[in-house]
Ligand binder design. Structure first.
Ligand code: AN7
Length: 368
């Protein structure tokens, strides 16, 4: 390199390629036009992190798509930038959603940004504290329903049918359009579609959105083919696996405590058209996967997010993953949202208490 060109390089500002949020990055693929106001918090562009641990287990290459890195800490931001932008374009003044916590955290942030009134319906109890704090900080009207997520969704639909308020649950198709950008990013970074993509399933919007994205890229020739989609529900909330709604779903993974998913049929289509599978994992498998991911890979996720990882581990241990595959796994939300569950299995957060003394610290740390 000549002296002058290296000087040019030095003069260029570093970090000169800011990520602009999924609407600007993937505008041509989304249902927006030049007049749509872009309500964004810079979502998307999340890390795709290679996992040596999971790669060893499946005898292939596994990458983790870390969606907890989105502005409100979950993948919901991708769909929400799209849904709220379109709602504003259509003249909405108020927005409503039912939520197990992450949809409401995201919706209220984007609504605040857009100057809309956010109304959220959450199930009685069992919402992680971090998610509730988010809705409160974003100025939401929070309504707790004596019932589960499925009842909350019914009421949200009822409100939107009768009153001047826009529904932004994933039954709003614009949400899935925004969420499909995660598939685009995976292909853009890998330079190809993975062989298998793994993710947790709750209300089943995300698996449906990923399938839209992978298919669109294949149809446009950006990718050569599409991955098999492997979805995992929590055993106590696994209606798609059972083939029937679960009236009283229960799991430590509160985000996916859903007994009658809105996108049930779309998820089945995604599974079948991709040659994939939707199965369940126990709470114990979920919590183990959560801990391993944190301790081995430095990635702290909430329990629901670990369901996909748990499913992949189980499949690998059962010899169901042929060697040599490229596998991507989405971890959907950040562990900081639910520290209570993360710490609940921990005997003692503090291992030792000592006086302010280096040698005492060295001794209890096993260094001396
Ligand atoms: C961390 O926030 O349904 O199968 O109301 O928060 O697309 O529903 C959350 C779902 C996975 C499941 N991981 O995704 C809500 C809500 C996390 C989640 C899911 C959710 P979908």
């Amino acid at each position: 390199m000549s002296a002058s060109s290296s000087q040019d390089a030095a003069r260029r500002p570093r970090g000169a390629h800011p990520w602009r949020g999924v609407i600007e990055e993937y505008r041509d693929w989304l249902p927006v036009d030049d007049d749509t106001p872009v309500i964004t918090l810079g979502e998307g562009g999340t890390p795709l992190v290679h996992s040596p641990w999971l790669s060893r287990l499946v005898r292939g290459e596994v990458h983790v798509k870390v969606e907890g890195s989105n502005p409100t800490g979950s993948f919901k931001d991708r769909g929400m930038t799209a849904a709220i932008s379109v709602a504003v374009a259509e003249g909405a003044k108020a927005v409503v959603c039912a939520s197990t916590g992450n949809t409401s955290a995201s919706m209220t942030a984007y609504a605040a940004r857009a100057g809309l009134t956010p109304i959220v319906l959450v199930p009685h109890g069992r919402i992680a504290a971090g998610k509730m704090a988010q809705a409160v900080m974003h100025g939401a009207e929070v309504i707790q329903v004596r019932g589960g997520f499925d009842e909350c969704l019914q009421i949200s639909r009822g409100l939107a049918d009768t009153y001047p308020v826009a529904l932004v649950n994933s039954v709003n198709p614009v949400r899935l359009q925004g969420q499909k950008t995660a598939s685009f990013e995976i292909v853009d970074v890998l330079g190809r579609a993975p062989d298998v993509h793994v993710l947790p399933v709750g209300n089943a919007g995300n698996i449906s959105a990923y399938w839209i994205g992978f298919r669109e890229y294949a149809e446009a020739g950006v990718a050569q083919d599409t991955p098999r989609l492997w979805g995992f529900q929590a055993a106590g909330a696994a209606p798609i696996v059972r083939g029937a709604p679960v009236p009283d779903p229960d799991t430590v993974a509160t985000a996916i405590r859903i007994g009658n998913p809105a996108s049930w049929r779309l998820a089945e289509a995604a599974r079948d058209e991709s040659g994939g599978r939707i199965e369940s994992v126990t709470d114990e498998q979920i919590l183990t996967a959560q801990r391993e991911l944190g301790a081995r890979e430095g990635i702290f996720v909430e329990p629901a997010s670990a369901a996909g990882v748990a499913g992949l581990v189980a499949a690998a241990e059962a010899g169901q993953v042929e060697p040599g595959l490229t596998v991507t796994v989405t971890v959907t939300g950040h562990g900081l949202k639910d520290t209570e569950t993360a710490l609940s299995g921990v005997e003692s957060v503090v291992d030792s208490v000592i006086d302010a003394d280096v040698s005492a610290a060295a001794e209890v740390a096993g260094l001396a």
